[in-house]
Design a protein around this ligand. Structure first.
Ligand code: AMP
Ligand code: MG
Length: 220
């Protein structure tokens, strides 16, 4: 009989180099690790491992058509994930990366439909949290990471929130500090005219200062 909630979840320390490298090993072998970021805690998996990405949806109870944000730890990691990098993306990355801005671009063939929720686009972000970046580097792959909560619950901004919600359901949680931004990343589509899809850590005004007029999606 396979039971839910029986996985032994490791608690890892963000100050321990050994623990960061263990997080990388777990992720490289297809596991799930919750990581602190400056916005909210994320539930990370190797973005290039479809089975691992599927287990994010399973652990969260997230509908499979709700696409995931792919996290990178340097600007040059963007190029292989997308089919083109428009000038606006360069300017925004210069201004706001690392930081709480997610951009939507046309995906390359490296990005599976599991990550993109069946869309031909991909959401990418370079987080500012040094632990998140260290884990991405330790893994050596981009990490797909939605918020580390069961679908429908609020996004977690503390280690205690993640532990209460996901302990026993994922391989490990990195115990980091409370998230300083405390709201999700701003999601901006750069496919066609720039369009704000989700408000967040970077304001509409900040975006418009860099790339001019930004449309606001009706759903916002
Ligand atoms: P979460 O990681 O739980 O904060 O959710 C990620 C957010 O990014 C959701 O609102 C998604 O709908 C949005 N998102 C991710 N990928 C795409 C995409 N390719 N196109 C549009 N929105 C996206
Ligand atoms: Mg979420």
């Amino acid at each position: 009989i396979i039971c839910e909630n029986t996985m032994k979840t490791k608690i890892l320390q963000e100050s321990s180099l050994e623990d960061i490298s263990l997080a990388g090993e777990i992720l490289r072998s297809g596991g799930l690790v919750a990581i602190p970021t400056e916005t909210v805690y994320g539930l990370a998996a190797d973005a290039l491992n479809e089975k691992a990405v599927c287990s994010i949806y399973a652990a969260k109870g997230r509908p499979s058509d709700n696409p995931l944000i792919v996290h990178i730890a340097s600007f040059h990691e963007l190029e292989p994930l997308v089919s083109e990098i428009p000038d606006e993306a360069l300017r925004l990355a210069n201004a706001f990366w690392p930081g709480p801005l997610t951009v939507i671009l046309k995906k390359s063939s490296m990005i599976s439909n599991t990550v993109s929720g069946g869309l031909d686009t991909v959401a990418v972000r370079f987080p500012a949290n040094t632990t998140a970046c260290a884990v991405i580097k330790a893994t050596g792959r981009p990490l797909a990471a939605p918020s580390a909560n069961t679908s429908g619950k609020p996004s977690p901004t503390t280690f205690a929130h993640v532990e209460a919600d996901l302990f026993g359901k994922i391989d490990a949680i990195i115990k980091g500090k409370d998230c300083p931004v405390g709201v999700e990343s701003t999601v901006l589509s750069l496919v066609g005219v720039p369009k704000l899809l989700r408000p967040g850590g970077i304001t509409l005004h900040q975006l418009e200062e860099v790339i001019g007029t930004v449309e606001v999606d009706r759903a916002v």
